[in-house]
Design a protein around this ligand. Structure first.
Ligand code: ACO
Length: 165
């Protein structure tokens, strides 16, 4: 099992993984238009942190780091159907937090959570109260009716992953 952070960089293996993640998002996020999923997955401003097992994608999170604002917007998050509720989603989020803090220099995440995923995000430390100053995110993330805006503060020091995972 491994965790990788990839973007549309033309590397063959990354392209195969991005397509694998596209298929998972397409099935698990039925309200998202497929063209929109592909557009953001392939957009060079977005990155995807993925769980890979035996060279197959188990799930992932696609996000856009706003480095100047020090926050990231999670666009899509899903684990493939037969692997849900086994802990992959939690480990994935921990890898995302570690990468976003240590590589992108981010302090917060924002996301529009689907109603039925609010419980998952709460368990990952997200709240419906937004503490981030509006000036830092207003105009950066687009308003979206289909979900509830949630925030997560990334701890400055906490080791979110250990070397063996
Ligand atoms: N509602 C409430 N609690 C949940 C949900 C949920 N939908 N999914 C998982 N949990 C809980 C689990 O029970 C678990 O609780 P525990 O720690 O007390 O045992 C905890 O959250 C973590 O569970 P994991 O096994 O780590 O989560 P999983 O691997 O299933 O990943 C995810 C969670 C990504 C929501 C997955 O279930 C999924 O792909 N669902 C369908 C797609 C979806 O809803 N994606 C999010 C849409 S919002 C967006 O993309 C911005």
């Amino acid at each position: 099992l491994k965790f990788a952070c990839v973007s549309n960089d033309g590397i063959d293996e990354h392209m195969v993984w991005l397509i694998g993640l596209k298929i998972i998002f397409g099935r698990q996020l039925p309200n998202m238009p497929k063209e929109y999923i592909v557009r953001l997955l392939m957009d060079r401003n977005h990155k995807s942190v993925m769980v890979i097992r035996r060279n197959h994608v188990v799930g992932g999170i696609t996000y856009r780091p706003y480095v100047s604002q020090k926050f990231g917007e999670i666009a899509f998050c899903a684990i493939t159907g037969d692997e849900q509720v086994k802990g992959y989603g939690t480990r994935l989020m921990n890898h995302l937090k570690q990468h976003a803090r240590d590589v992108d220099g981010l302090t917060h995440f924002l996301t529009y959570a689907d109603n039925n995923a609010v419980g998952y995000f709460v368990k990952q430390g997200f709240t419906k109260e937004i503490h981030l100053e509006k000036e830092r995110w207003q105009g950066y993330i687009k308003d979206y009716d289909g979900g509830i805006l949630m925030e997560c503060k990334i701890d400055l020091k906490l080791p979110y992953t250990d070397l063996s995972t």
